[in-house]
Design a protein around this ligand. Structure first.
Ligand code: DGJ
Length: 731
C-alpha cells in the first residue's frame, strides 16, 4: 500500500518502491514532517521514534493555549505547510489576508481522506494514473477556524516512479473576503544536512546551463516574473547531498508544473534544517476569495533518488512518459521534420517551400513545417500577429500546398504564435483593449509585439476559432506554438483594480485552455512548444505539447550543454533538436555535419536548412543520419539516459549513453568541443548495461561488466566539435 494512515495516532506513511515519506498531526494539530528516507521496513507509528526529542528552543514563540510540556517550538519543527506570521519565521507556504487586514494564518488538523488514483484539476495540468501503477492520493484538510480558511493538501504517490505529486486547494469557508497572497504548491522540510542546490539558469540562446552551489544559511531562490517560465530560470531545482554525484548519493528533484511566474526557494534555517517551497511567484499574484470560493495551485512533482542525479533524471523521465505527456505521443515516434525557418526566414512562397519539401522527401524526411511569415501581411516581425489567415500573395492555395506536400509522402505542420498580437494587425485595430497593458499609461514592446489577455474567454475563443479555421481547411497534423515575448505592465482590462493580482495567473490558465480546446477539437494534433527557442520549457507546456524547441541556438557544439542541462529533469524525446546549416546562423561556428546529426539524434531530430543547397556527398551523409534516426529513435523515445560527464562543469569531453529498458542495446554519444593535440585515446566507462551480458560494440565484443568497469577506448578524430555515436547490442 503506497499510503498508510494510522488513524489513532494520525501518522501517515507514504511509500514508493524506494522512498518512505512520513508525517503526523502533532498534539496541537500542526502537520509535522517526521522523516524522508530510503525505504525502511518500520511502521508509521514506529517511525515517530525517529523524531528529535521535543524541546522548547530559546527565543521562539508558541501558541498560548499549548501545553508547555508537549511538542517543540513551531518555528523549529519540520512542517508540511508552514504559514505566515504565527511563530514560524522560515519562508511560508501560505499567506492569506483576512478582512482584519492581517495576513496571519494558523493552520490546524481537520480531517483526511485517501483514494485510489489521482486528483483531476480543472484547467490545470495534472498527473494521470495508468493501469497497474498502484497510485494513491492522500488529501488532508487543515483549517484556520478563526479566519474561516480551509486548506486541502494533496499527496499523490506514484510508487514505481518514486515520485510524489503535491498540490493545495485554498477554500474560503468564512462569510467575508479572504485574499490569497501566497500559496505554494509544495513544501519539503528536511533535517539538517550538507546539501547543494542545482538549478538551470540561462538566457536566450543559452538556456538551461546546469549550475551547482552549496547551500548557505538564509534563502536562495529561483524565479520568473516575466509572465512565462522564461529563458532565465527553469521551474525546477535539485537538492543534492554534498557528496552526491551522477551515480550515487541522495538527491531530491522538485518541479513545478506551471508555465508562468514561479518561485522556488530554499532556506537553511537558524537550526540548520532545510525548507524548499515552490509555487506561483507571489510577486505578481494575489487572489481574492469570496465566501465559498476556492483557489487551486498548480501541481509540484517531487522525486527522490539514492542513485544520484542520473537516478533522479531517469525516474522523472519515466514519470513524464507514463503519467504526464499527452497519451497519444508519450512513447510514440514523432515525425522527422524539416523546418523552413533558417532556410528562408520570412521570405517564403509556395515554390520555395515545395522545393525544400522535395529535396527533403528524397532523403526520407517525414514532415514539412512552415514557420513564421505565412499569414496576414507578415514580411518581417513588425506586423500581423493575431491575423491568422493565409497571406495569399505567398501561399495562393493552402489546401493545394498541403496536398502537394502530402503527395510527396510528407505530413504538413504550421507555425502559430497564438498569445501574441502586433500593433499593426486587424485584431489589434478591432480590439485594442484585448492586450495586457495598463490603460492610459506607457507600455513596453518586445519584438514589436504585445501580449493578448488570455485570461479573457472572448480572446481565447477568437484565437481558437481563427486557428480552427486554418487547421480544418487542410490536412495539418502538427503546429509549432511560439511565444516570442515576455509580459510587462501586466494588467487586464477585464478585471477591476482590486483583482489585478489575478491577471498573470489567468493568462496562464487561458494558454492552457487554448491548448486543451485545440486538442479536444483535433485529438491527433502534435503540438511543439516554443518560446523564442526555449523560453517556456516546463512541465506545464509538456502536458499538452510532448516536444519543445530547445533553443534558438541551433549550433550542435553549444547545444550539448543546453540538452544535457535540460535532461536533468526532462526526457530527451521532449527536446526539439535540428541539424542546421553551416556556418551556424547564430554563432557562426563551423560544426561538422556529422556532429550536427549526432547531437540532434538525442532529441526529437529534424532539419532546419534547405537540403538542396548541399553537395551530393552531404546529402548522402544525411541519408545515413536518417537511417540512424530510424534505428536509434525508439531508444531516445523510451530508453534510459545515463550522463557520463559532469553536467555542472565545462568538460573537455562530454558523453552520455541511452540504453533500452531491457538493457539489450543502446548507443553512446561522445563529443569534444575543442581540438587538442597529442591527447591519449578517449576512455569512456558506460553505465546501465547488463553486467553479465556480452555486447558487440565498435567491432569489439565485451561484457557489460568490462564496459562499465574498465571502459571503451577509442580515438576521436582531430578538429573542433567532433563527435561519435557508437551503437551496441547484446550478441
Ligand atoms: C522563434 C523560434 O524559436 C524560431 O524557431 C522561429 O520560429 C521564430 N521564432 C519565428 O519568428
Amino acid at each position: 500500500m503506497p499510503i498508510i494512515v494510522c488513524k489513532n495516532q494520525l501518522v501517515f506513511k507514504l511509500s514508493t518502491d524506494n522512498w518512505d515519506y512520513c508525517f503526523r498531526c502533532n498534539d496541537y494539530g500542526l502537520l509535522e514532517h517526521v522523516c524522508s528516507s530510503a525505504a525502511v521496513p518500520d511502521t508509521a507509528e514506529t517511525l515517530l521514534q525517529t523524531l528529535a526529542p521535543d524541546k522548547m528552543m530559546p527565543f521562539t514563540a508558541y501558541p498560548k493555549e499549548r501545553d508547555m510540556l508537549s511538542n517543540g517550538s513551531p518555528g523549529v519543527l519540520l512542517q508540511e505547510y508552514g504559514t505566515f506570521n504565527a511563530g514560524d519565521f522560515r519562508i511560508p507556504a501560505l499567506k492569506v489576508r483576512s478582512s482584519d487586514g492581517t495576513s496571519t494564518v494558523r493552520l490546524r488538523w481537520h480531517s483526511c481522506q485517501c483514494y485510489a488514483g489521482t486528483p483531476v484539476l480543472e484547467n490545470l495540468p495534472c498527473a494521470r494514473s495508468v493501469e497497474n501503477d498502484d497510485c494513491e492520493t492522500l488529501e488532508i484538510k487543515l483549517t484556520d477556524p478563526e479566519i474561516g480558511l480551509a486548506v486541502y493538501l494533496s499527496y499523490t504517490v506514484f510508487p514505481h516512479c518514486d515520485i510524489i505529486v503535491r498540490g493545495a486547494r485554498i477554500v474560503n469557508e468564512s462569510s467575508s473576503l479572504l485574499t490569497v497572497e501566497r500559496a505554494m504548491s509544495m513544501q519539503l522540510d528536511l533535517a539538517p544536512g550538507n546539501y547543494d542546490m542545482i538549478q538551470l539558469p540561462g538566457a536566450w540562446g543559452r538556456e538551461r546551463h546546469a549550475e551547482r552551489h552549496a547551500l548557505h544559511h538564509g534563502i536562495q531562490s529561483i524565479n520568473s516574473n516575466r509572465g512565462l517560465s522564461s529563458h532565465a530560470a527553469n521551474p525546477a531545482l535539485v537538492l543534492a547531498e554534498r557528496t552526491a554525484t551522477e551515480t550515487q548519493g541522495c538527491v531530491y528533484g522538485v518541479m513545478l508544473a506551471y508555465s508562468g511566474n514561479f518561485l522556488g526557494e530554499v532556506e537553511v534555517s537558524e537550526m540548520d534544517s532545510v525548507r524548499i517551497v515552490m509555487g506561483i511567484n507571489p510577486e505578481l499574484f494575489s487572489w481574492p476569495l469570496t465566501p465559498g470560493s476556492s483557489f487551486t495551485t498548480p501541481q509540484a512533482i517531487i522525486a527522490r533518488s539514492e542513485q544520484g542525479l542520473g537516478g533522479m533524471s531517469r525516474q522523472l523521465h519515466r514519470f513524464f512518459r507514463r503519467h504526464w505527456l499527452p497519451e497519444k505521443w508519450a512513447t510514440a515516434k514523432r515525425p522527422l521534420l524539416i523546418n523552413n525557418w533558417e532556410a528562408t526566414y520570412f521570405d517564403i512562397n509556395e515554390e520555395k517551400l515545395l522545393n525544400i519539401a522535395r529535396s527533403a522527401a528524397q532523403v526520407g524526411v517525414e514532415m514539412l513545417v512552415l514557420d513564421d511569415g505565412w499569414f496576414g501581411k507578415r514580411n518581417n516581425d513588425l506586423s500581423s500577429l493575431g491575423d491568422w489567415y493565409v497571406n495569399e500573395n505567398k501561399i495562393p492555395n493552402l489546401e493545394a500546398l498541403v496536398r502537394r506536400v502530402n503527395e510527396l509522402g510528407m505530413k504538413f505542420g504550421l507555425w502559430f504564435e497564438p498569445e501574441m498580437v502586433s500593433e499593426d494587425s486587424d485584431l489589434y485595430r478591432s480590439h485594442p483593449d484585448w492586450v495586457l497593458r495598463i490603460p492610459n499609461r506607457s507600455y513596453s514592446l518586445s519584438r514589436h509585439q504585445l501580449v493578448l489577455d488570455m485570461g479573457r474567454d472572448e480572446v481565447v475563443e477568437n484565437i481558437f476559432q481563427q486557428m480552427k479555421n486554418i487547421l480544418s481547411r487542410a490536412n495539418i497534423e502538427y503546429i509549432k506554438w511560439d511565444a516570442n515575448r515576455i509580459i510587462t505592465e501586466c494588467c487586464s482590462g477585464a478585471l477591476p483594480p482590486e483583482r489585478q493580482g489575478e491577471a498573470a495567473h489567468r493568462f496562464v490558465l487561458g494558454v492552457y485552455k487554448l491548448h486543451a480546446r485545440l486538442l479536444q477539437e483535433f485529438p491527433d494534433l502534435l503540438i511543439e512548444g516554443c518560446s523564442g527557442g526555449g523560453g517556456r520549457f516546463d512541465a506545464g507546456i509538456l502536458y499538452y505539447a510532448p516536444q519543445i524547441w530547445c533553443s534558438d541556438l541551433s549550433d550542435a557544439a553549444d547545444r550539448v550543454r543546453i540538452q544535457l542541462g535540460t535532461s536533468l529533469f526532462y526526457p530527451c524525446a521532449c527536446m526539439g533538436a535540428h541539424v542546421s546549416s553551416c556556418p551556424n546562423l547564430q554563432n557562426l561556428r563551423i560544426t561538422p555535419l556529422a556532429t550536427r546529426g549526432n547531437i540532434a539524434m538525442s532529441g526529437t531530430f529534424g532539419y532546419e536548412m534547405d537540403l538542396k543547397e548541399l553537395s551530393d556527398g552531404e546529402r548522402q551523409q544525411i541519408a545515413g543520419q536518417i537511417a540512424m534516426f530510424h534505428r536509434l529513435n525508439p531508444l531516445v523515445q523510451n530508453g534510459d539516459l545515463y550522463r557520463l560527464s559532469n553536467i555542472c562543469s565545462n568538460n573537455h569531453i562530454d558523453s552520455w549513453c541511452i540504453v533500452s529498458p531491457d538493457r539489450q542495446k543502446g548507443f553512446l554519444t561522445v563529443f569534444r568541443k575543442n581540438t587538442d593535440l597529442n591527447q591519449p585515446p578517449v576512455r569512456i566507462r558506460l553505465q546501465g548495461l547488463e553486467p553479465d551480458a556480452v555486447y558487440q560494440i565498435d567491432n569489439r565484443t565485451l561484457s557489460g561488466k568490462a564496459l562499465m568497469n574498465i571502459g571503451l577506448t577509442f580515438e576521436l578524430e582531430q578538429g573542433d566539435a567532433v563527435s561519435r555515436i557508437i551503437e551496441f547490442a547484446v550478441v
